[in-house]
Design a binder for this molecule. Structure first.
Ligand code: 4AD
Ligand code: MG
Length: 460
């Protein structure tokens, strides 16, 4: 009997002597003597399956000898131990059926290595390459590991809305969602006649809604796309990115940091265990020493610094930063990288930032100047996680919201959570694309997002 198998399973199980069928895309064809060797990939793993095609195949001269990179094939044959170096097994084909051709004159992917910049211009084909294919598998493994981790910790998954009327971060970076054209907009109240009767936008964070469920279910998380219309053309910003946001009732800042550190380590442990072959590719070709770096993060203790201590370290460092540091300014990527690399040699958790540079929902510290915030900074990326204990005291929250210029009536539901059974609670947001960047060592976030959206660019 012929069994259709994925290449990852063929290479793992190596069912020698059996007739099996595989489907995939041709990476390369090499002719040697009277034989052709086809390297077939189906995306299930980095390694390809070597197919040996003999002239006895009915379509050898008419089709097999003309196959080029990118063609799709169905092959069938017996799996045998490979006499050559480079692969443990090979498939001796008795059938090579061409499913789809890829004209070598116009197919943009060839055997040579392409630059990541070039691959960005063909987002619809780049997932077929080794590196971008490996990114996709690692992204998937990390997503799955996230759900497993939170399930094991007793969290429930909440789907928070993508369309919302509240600007969680208060930074005015929401994309507007409207069915009106500008001409139809009422001058005094532009969104009165709009679909939702008020201004709505794409969410910048699911946190405020996650808090609703934390105050009914204790431990919850939301994981989905978020959108920010910030004009940041950097290697770590996307206009659409995925964020993981756990929220915990009966939890303070210390508990929040403990959970975030445990989670990052568990996720790294999962990819080290499950994606060894893909990580080895990045270690070899993209970021030398990557596996060592990840292993160290998995096994080290994160370093804790208050914002005030971090500023003192940065001032002591006397580096020529493009942005000078003084108490009260927000930390820039260059400062974050310096803290990780030069000061701590490990991920750093910076806590208790000035109240003035953080959003309204963070809990005011007793000194009245700082809030119970925490950012986790990692080497090469900077901020990976941003979180805080939330302000659970009605009066303090209402005061801060007013100061931030928010309409208390519109956020009445959020304030209600402090009027009815308020409890200390905390949570954080992990930038998922930045995590994939950190784990793969890819230097540009556009290369770890399947379909990156950035200012001026949203292909396919
Ligand atoms: O620090 P941020 O803005 O925090 C929040 O949105 C909170 N509501 C999270 C919470 O407490 N539930 O964003 C969280 C993380 C950042 O640390 C960063 O990793 C990532 O989201 N992030 C971005 N990733 C890619 N592109 C962007 N434009 C990003 N902005 C933030
Ligand atoms: Mg932040």
């Amino acid at each position: 009997m012929t069994e259709m198998m994925r290449i990852v399973d063929i290479l793992r199980q190596q069912p020698l002597g059996e007739t099996i069928e595989a489907k995939g895309w041709l990476r390369t064809r090499r002719d040697s003597g009277s034989l052709s060797f086809l390297d077939l990939t189906d995306g299930s793993c980095l390694a390809g399956l070597q197919i040996v095609a003999e002239p006895s195949l009915g379509n050898y001269l008419t089709e097999v000898k003309r196959l080029s990179t990118g063609c799709s094939l169905r092959v069938r044959g017996r799996l045998v131990a490979s006499p050559a170096k480079g692969q443990p097994v090979e498939l001796r084909a008795d059938l090579v059926e061409v499913l789809g051709l890829a004209d070598p004159e116009t197919y943009p992917l060839q055997k040579k290595r392409h630059s990541l910049e070039f691959l960005r211009s063909i987002a619809h084909l780049r997932s077929r390459t080794n590196a971008l294919g490996a990114v996709a598998r690692i992204r998937s493994a990390l997503s799955f590991a996230i759900h497993r981790f939170f399930r094991e910790q007793g969290f429930i998954l909440v789907q928070t809305p993508i369309i919302t009327t509240s600007d969680c971060e208060g930074a005015g970076e929401m994309f507007t969602v409207t069915t009106l054209n500008p001409v139809q907009m009422n001058k005094h109240n532009p969104f009165a006649d709009d679909f939702f009767g008020q201004r709505a936008g794409l969410t910048v964070s699911g946190q405020l809604q996650a808090e609703v469920f934390a105050l009914s279910h204790g431990r919850v998380y939301t994981f989905g796309p978020t959108f920010r219309a910030e004009n940041s053309n950097t290697t770590r910003h996307l206009a659409e990115f995925w964020m993981l946001e756990p929220e915990m009732a009966f939890c303070d800042l210390a508990g929040d940091m403990e959970m975030a550190e445990a989670m990052i380590k568990a996720l790294i442990a999962a990819v080290l265990a499950e994606c060894a072959e893909d990580l080895a590719l990045f270690d070899q070709h993209v970021a030398k020493g990557l596996i060592d770096k990840l292993t160290k993060v998995r096994d080290c203790r994160f370093v804790h610094l208050t914002y005030t201590e971090a500023v003192a370290e940065l001032q002591r460092g006397r580096r020529d930063f493009s942005y000078p540091v003084r108490w009260g300014v927000d930390l820039q990527a260059e400062h974050e990288r310096y803290l990780c690399k030069e000061v701590a040699g490990a991920p750093v958790i910076v806590t208790n930032y000035p109240e003035a540079i953080k959003p309204f929902y963070m809990r005011l510290d007793d000194d009245g100047r700082t809030v119970a915030a925490m950012d986790i900074l990692v080497e090469g990326i900077g901020e990976l996680v941003g979180g805080s204990q939330r302000e659970e005291r009605y009066e303090v929250l209402a005061r801060r919201m007013t100061a931030a210029g928010l309409d208390l009536e519109q956020y009445g539901w959020y304030l209600d959570l402090r009027r009815f059974g308020s409890v200390p609670h905390a949570g954080f947001g992990l930038g998922f694309d930045r995590l994939v960047q950190f784990v793969t060592g890819m230097s540009n976030i556009r290369d770890v997002s399947p379909f990156p959206r950035t200012p001026g660019s949203a292909p396919c």
